[in-house]
Design a binder for this molecule. Structure first.
Ligand code: S3P
Length: 451
């Protein structure tokens, strides 16, 4: 299924006893970065476990357009022959990043300090998302951005001829913005400094260090101060992409709310900047265990075992944890709907500018399925109905948003009646094997209207 074609409705019917092992795909954030940093190194980078979702495939296509050789050798196994920092060629076509905010924002950063021009576009969702958060700092390096009203795609970036290094304090907690600035800083002379008040996912920093860049990260009163030395010779790497904790969230949450379930999700990356959902689920009383805790490729990894949890309690989610679980609020709200009491989520206004306005998309879908939701600009509250208490039975818009579609498929498994999304095709952006994997655990997902 791909989010670019005809919409295909998908229905999730109630089931019991999800069981088995769920081998979820590679981490989306790390997959994008593997391709981009591989393209910015001279020599051959090899990647295994790459997520072959549409978002990442679009980034692979973009790296080819900028002159790198990017070859798929086998399932999840890719080879990239990079052009080096400052070596990007000017693309002779528009770069289509599909649905991917991460793809477009990181690539804009990576090209903004080279003397080339590139035009970017995406699908209806991506073309409605704010880009000024990235083009503002890129203009400090000397790049120019010409986009539509409000800084929307399609947009042309004219890279800086003589880039200046910058010192930039992030106005929003965004790993995409942080990463765009760091990638731009690679081809600027001297030190580029990014300061973040709240720690966001740190894959770019870890991977830049792995590729041989000189980078210093310091926790100060101002926040995390990341200092990058410009114009390094990045060294090609061999990368094993860990499995995505954000994708693992779907089988884990499905097992927690579906009676009789016991699911093992092996080899999940539990980088603390990504693992907030799992802390939150434990606080709610989920039967979730971390087995075989270990370290792989410098990242903490564990096998997650999730069992049906009949006594979930609503909680107030610590807003300080928001950045570490920002992509997981949609599926968390489905778990909250199956808990006793209210779950309060604050400090989450970034949810309004994701692939969809995720507070609105979830609130409307939950209400249609019999769950009470209150919302404000940067908060929302889900009134839990207890285990087995969600009526279900409605059709929900997925709004070109993979995580909205998958969240309602998960809720349908544990609701009293089936839940339908009007379009399941966006799921292919991040989790192309979702249907087969969930069916293998015992889910009953059907395609087509009235299925
Ligand atoms: C990502 C950062 C987050 C996240 C997205 C992936 C990344 O976005 O929502 O799915 O790989 O850097 P923001 O930077 O907008 O918070």
């Amino acid at each position: 299924m791909s989010g670019h074609g005809t919409p295909i409705p998908m229905t999730s019917h109630p089931v019991t006893g999800l069981a088995g092992e769920a081998h979820v795909p590679g981490d989306k954030s790390i997959s994008h970065r593997s391709l981009i940093l591989g393209a910015l190194s001279v020599g051959e980078t090899r990647v295994t476990g790459l997520l072959e979702g549409d978002d990442v495939l679009d980034t692979a296509g973009a790296m080819r357009a900028f002159g790198a050789e990017v070859v798929r050798e086998a399932d999840g196994t890719w080879r990239i022959n990079g052009v080096g920092v400052g070596g990007f060629a000017e693309p002779d076509q528009v770069i289509d990043c599909g649905n991917s905010g991460t793809g477009v924002r990181l690539i804009m950063g990576a090209m903004a300090t080279s003397p080339i021009t590139a035009t970017f576009t995406g699908d209806a969702s991506l073309n409605s998302r704010p880009m000024a958060r990235v083009t503002d700092p890129l203009s400090l390096f000397g790049a120019q951005a010409h986009g539509r009203w409000g800084g929307r795609l399609p947009m042309t970036i004219v890279g800086a001829r003589d880039p200046m290094p910058v010192r930039y304090t992030l106005p929003v907690a965004s790993a995409q913005v942080k990463s765009a600035v760091l990638l731009a800083g690679l081809n600027a002379p001297g030190e580029t400094v990014v300061i973040e008040g709240e720690a966001t996912r740190d894959h770019t920093e870890r991977m830049l260090a792995g590729f041989g860049a000189t980078l210093n990260v310091e926790d100060t009163k101002e926040g995390r101060v990341i200092t990058l030395q410009g114009q390094p010779d990045l060294q090609p790497q061999t990368i094993v992409v860990p499995r995505d904790p954000s994708s693992a969230a779907f089988p884990v949450c499905a097992a927690i709310i579906t009676p009789g379930s016991d699911v093992l999700v092996p080899n999940i990356g539990l980088n603390p900047t990504r693992a907030g959902l799992y802390t939150t689920l434990k606080e709610m009383g989920a039967d979730l265990t971390f087995e075989n805790m270990r370290e792989e490729g410098g990242e903490p990894v564990a096998d997650l075992r999730a069992r049906f949890s009949p006594d979930l309690k609503g909680i107030e989610v610590d807003p300080a944890r928001a950045a570490s679980m920002i992509d997981e609020y949609p599926v968390l709200s489905c778990v909250a709907a199956c808990a006793e009491g209210r779950t309060i989520m604050r400090g989450v206004k970034e949810l309004r500018v994701k692939e969809s306005d995720r507070i609105d998309a979830m609130a409307q879908g939950l209400r249609a399925n019999g769950v009470t939701v209150e919302e404000g600009e940067d908060w929302w509250i889900v009134e839990g109905r207890g285990a087995g208490g969600v009526p279900g039975g409605a059709t929900v818009e997925s709004r070109l948003d993979h995580r909205i579609a998958m969240s309602f498929m998960v809720l349908g498994m544990a609701a009293q009646n089936a839940i339908t999304v009007d379009d399941g095709t966006p799921i292919a952006t991040s989790f192309p094997i979702f249907e087969g994997l969930m069916a293998g655990l015992g889910a009953d997902l059907r395609r087509g209207a009235g299925a």
